[in-house]
Design a protein around this ligand. Sequence first.
Ligand SMILES: Nc1ncnc2c1ncn2[C@@H]1O[C@H](COP(=O)(O)OP(=O)(O)OP(=O)(O)O)[C@@H](O)[C@H]1O
Ligand SMILES: [Mg+2]
Length: 277
Amino acid sequence: MHEHVKIALEVHGLTKRFTKNEGFRWPWRRRDNGRRTIVAVDHVDFQVRRGEIFGILGPNGSGKSTLVRCIATLLIPDEGTITVFGHDVLREEMAVKRLINRVSVEASFFKKLTPMENLLYGARLYGLGAKEARQRILEILTRLGLKREDAFRPMEEMSRGMQQKVAIARAFLTQPILLLLDEPTTGLDPRSKREVQTFIRELRDTHDATILLTTHDMQEADALCDRVAILDEGRIVALDTPQGLKAQVARADDGEVTLEDVFMELTGKRLREEETE
Ligand SMILES: Nc1ncnc2c1ncn2[C@@H]1O[C@H](COP(=O)(O)OP(=O)(O)OP(=O)(O)O)[C@@H](O)[C@H]1O
Ligand SMILES: [Mg+2]
């Protein structure tokens, strides 16, 4: 299916606005000063090639999650179009839903149940057999660095990072063609971060998956992504390979340029307003 399609995702002129009174969940982040709307995503254009790991790098509130939610058919754009392997997200929502899977930090689980129970429930929704699913679940969880016994403890007893790994495992269960990872490694310790990153790479290499991920983490974007779009206040301010982005910023002192330097040069801001580690 879709073997011939080389472009996994095409976003064209995407704009998403929110009205001010809906912004109550982040009142401390409001920049609108009494104005009526926030332009969370502002005329964004990009394409992701099949098999690519594509990063969206941006500070808090730059529109990363909003962009991902629009692609995942959870929000309706105000302007622009999104196609996933040639399917329009609005007109062919069901076809798109079958091709994608989204993982976010606010993943929902049955907290009294164990990861195994939660994941078996997810697997059944996708029509996997219980025996096959059980084996695959254990394999994925241990690959992500969870212990076997963790699969059989209630979710509510687990740390945030562990829960996040279970959320990632759930997305990998169904082997989606386009995986949308909203900050897959935020809040994970360095070792867990590396485990998740390795797993993402493996998934791309061995399962023909295309991956769109968001991150605040410069090293992650640099190490993991084939190309990176830098998002600032809803707009893409640069899009290139990590190497290409770094080459755009000439350093007078001849020192090594990092993506952080690129970001500061392009936006005049620091990227990290908060660090969750
Ligand atoms: N449901 C909503 N209602 C109103 N405003 C929203 C809503 N969702 C997002 N916003 C606003 O849109 C802007 C972009 O938010 P978004 O969550 O996409 O940013 P982000 O880049 O994912 O940030 P973070 O790094 O903190 O996750 C912010 O100003 C936010 O307040
Ligand atoms: Mg977000």
